[in-house]
Ligand binder design. Structure first.
Ligand SMILES: [Zn+2]
Length: 193
């Protein structure tokens, strides 16, 4: 089988700049148009994926060793798949996961803490997967907190938490800047293959 095409540092720089621009444009569109729930979902998931990809690339630029491929893939998947907990409410009109909270219960520190605990306690592949889930959920919540209220401390309290959008925008810009400054380090894992 032919090896996968190798990315060049210039492609990483371009992807980081385009990713940042994409998320900011999506959020301007949502703010200006207040789209329907379906359209919101269609534009919000790519923004979540791009947020996670930018932050993971920034982490790769900082981390002393290349990030495990499985960790990165699980984190990217978790950063989008956690929104499956909206299905009972959105599709079946059931409040089983959202009674008294603005977003479903798994959108909370409880999910993050459980995944982090498993990552700390486990070894081998399970540890990598749990760490990936914890990272993906954390990066998902980072964006959700900036775009609408989250019952972050459920079940301790259903109190809604938000962060200023500008904090999220600055974090994303800093992540993109790190990737642009050190694209070679982001590509280290590929260099070892
Ligand atoms: Zn969400």
């Amino acid at each position: 089988m032919a090896p996968p095409p190798r990315l060049r540092p210039r492609a990483v720089v371009l992807a980081a700049a385009l990713g940042l621009a994409l998320v900011l444009l999506i959020d301007r569109f949502v703010e200006a148009e207040s789209p329907s729930y379906v359209v919101l979902g269609l534009v919000d998931e790519p923004a979540h994926f791009t947020t996670a990809a930018l932050c993971l690339a920034a982490l790769a630029a900082l981390w002393p060793r290349p990030l495990p491929r499985a960790y990165v893939l699980v984190a990217l998947a978790a950063s989008v798949l956690i929104d499956a907990d909206h299905v009972p409410d959105a599709v079946f009109d059931s409040q089983v996961l959202t009674s008294g909270t603005p977003r479903p219960y798994p959108h909370s520190m409880t999910t993050l803490a459980l995944a982090a605990l498993v990552a700390l306690a486990a070894r081998g592949r399970l540890r990598v997967v749990a760490a990936g889930i914890a990272t993906g959920v954390a990066l998902h919540l980072l964006r959700d907190l900036a775009t609408a209220p989250v019952a972050l401390w459920w079940p301790l309290t259903p109190r809604h938490v938000t962060i200023p959008y500008v904090a999220y925008g600055c974090a994303l810009t800093a992540a993109a800047a790190l990737v642009v400054a050190r694209p070679g380090r982001v590509l280290r894992a590929q260099a070892r293959e």
